[in-house]
Design a protein around this ligand. Structure first.
Ligand SMILES: Cc1ncc(COP(=O)(O)O)c(C=O)c1O
Length: 454
């Protein structure tokens, strides 16, 4: 019996949901009675009609707040500068060195960036008020798109671009429109949630290869070699959990050999890595061999939004078929104004100077922490210090903040169980004193919470 359009849509939605549930890595956990021993993953699953896990999670937040241990969501009082003030849930105002923002090059508070954002509002108003394909594309979007293609060293004759209102949306929209049921998506096992989500939404077969392991990737490619369907390999420039670089060179070689496409998410590396700031692909000399580039504006651009850059026919298709773009309003003018100015500065001598400073700052903090705490062996501006046991997160995050250091905790399921970490996001604008202070506080924390290097 033929299905109606509504029935087909309902069936598709059901299939997508089933797929998503199958790919969930979270398992139901026993919840200890001591709220300090409860962790984020414990409340992730549940389906009871009385909203059990939702109430338990809310009770956990209440308890942490009553005990003045809740170090999350505290309102910051100013820009994401290297020193910040925030107000904790107990009303206490804390001043600390800020190692938890993605404002890698300091453009988020640059006077020229702010001015450009204001000028964009003045001319274009506050919102785009439509999806980009319909009526939400303004001249300033068009100018920014051309500058981005030029920045990457491509030509508008061959390359196109698809702007999305977030980095998350660009990954889910791009992958789910480019890839179809029956095709294969092979992802690094530590790939960002938005890459995983896009793959699940597409309905394609998903395969994960061991982190940065080219042998494992090739083993998987061999198993699907004879299937004459589309294949896509997804990796990152700098991995946000481990802070290490993706082996883009290895991936594009394998992609070529096994007739697959490559997608590289340069969220944490664009404007920072490579001689011209074009990312890790530039650093590894393979800029012209990657098929799909993902860039987000939430990191070094310190704005919001993201983009796909790829061959023109691919971006044209994604522009129309990515549901997170077609059915969502375009990026507001103020955001584009800021991001475009950050790009202009980042491409100039100012950007070169900031890229040099961020590298020096990374070297300094690594020297100070080396052999003192459990430092992952990487060289990027994301410096992960592993404290292991996620049940320490609440007290450790609180202790760090009250001792003047804001660092981002990261836990299971974003990283494997028992590998919880504080990620320090180093910027070009941190001073030597701020870096020395952060290292001192972390080493004291490692003594107190038992994660000194052994
Ligand atoms: C690798 C990667 N891709 C995409 C995103 C999502 O970007 P956005 O925050 O701009 O939505 C992130 C966020 O941190 C990320 O780390």
């Amino acid at each position: 019996m033929a299905l109606s359009l509504a029935e087909k849509k309902a069936l598709l939605r059901k299939k997508m949901l089933e797929k998503k549930q199958k790919t969930s890595a979270v398992q139901v956990a026993e919840i200890p009675s001591d709220f300090k021993k409860q962790t984020y993953d414990m409340f992730a699953l549940g389906n009871s009609p009385d909203l059990q896990e939702i109430k338990q999670f809310s009770a956990w937040v209440d308890k942490a707040q009553e005990n003045a241990l809740y170090a999350f969501e505290s309102p910051r009082q100013h820009e994401q500068k290297e020193q910040i003030e925030l107000i904790r849930e107990d009303g206490k105002e804390l001043t600390m060195v800020n190692f938890s923002s993605y404002n890698y090059l300091g453009y988020g508070y640059h006077p020229e960036v702010k001015k450009a954002s204001q000028a964009a509002i003045e001319r274009y108003g506050t919102g785009a008020a439509s999806s980009p394909v319909i009526s939400g594309t303004f001249q300033l979007h068009d100018d920014f798109e051309k500058s981005l293609i030029d920045f990457m060293g491509f030509s508008t004759k061959t390359h196109g671009i698809s702007l999305f209102s977030s980095g998350y949306a660009v990954n889910t929209g791009t992958i789910s429109s480019f890839m179809k049921p029956g095709s294969y998506i092979i992802l690094d096992e530590t790939a960002h949630a938005s890459l995983m989500e896009g793959a699940a939404l597409s309905g394609a077969q998903m395969r994960l290869f061991k982190h940065n392991d080219m042998e494992d990737l090739e083993r998987i490619l061999k198993t699907i070699e004879k299937d004459k369907v589309r294949k896509l390999i997804c990796i990152e420039g700098v991995y946000s959990a481990d802070g290490d670089r993706g082996n883009i060179k290895g991936v594009v070689e394998l992609a070529k050999r096994y007739d697959a496409f490559s997608l590289v998410d340069e969220a944490h590396s664009i404007m920072i890595a490579g001689e011209n700031g074009r990312g890790v692909a530039e650093e590894q000399g393979v800029l012209d061999q990657v098929d799909l580039f993902i860039i987000t504006f939430s990191k070094a651009f310190c704005s919001v939004g993201g983009t796909l850059i790829a061959r023109k026919e691919i971006t044209r298709y994604v522009n129309w078929y990515a549901r997170s773009r077609m059915f969502s309003a375009a990026i507001p003018p103020a955001i584009i104004g800021a991001a475009h100015k950050a790009l202009e500065l980042g491409r100039s001598a100012d950007g070169d100077a900031r890229r040099k400073r961020i590298r020096e700052n990374v070297t300094l903090i690594r020297e100070l922490l080396q052999d003192k705490v459990n430092l992952l062996n990487t060289t990027s501006w994301i410096v992960p210090v592993v404290y292991g046991d996620e049940t320490k997160t609440l007290e450790l995050s609180d202790w760090l903040q009250r001792n003047g250091l804001d660092g981002q905790p990261m836990n299971f399921p974003a990283v494997p169980k028992g590998e919880a970490r504080i990620r320090l996001f180093v910027t070009s604008e941190h001073t030597k004193e701020q870096i020395e202070y952060a290292a001192k506080v972390l080493i004291e924390a490692a003594e107190k919470f038992d994660f000194l290097s052994h």
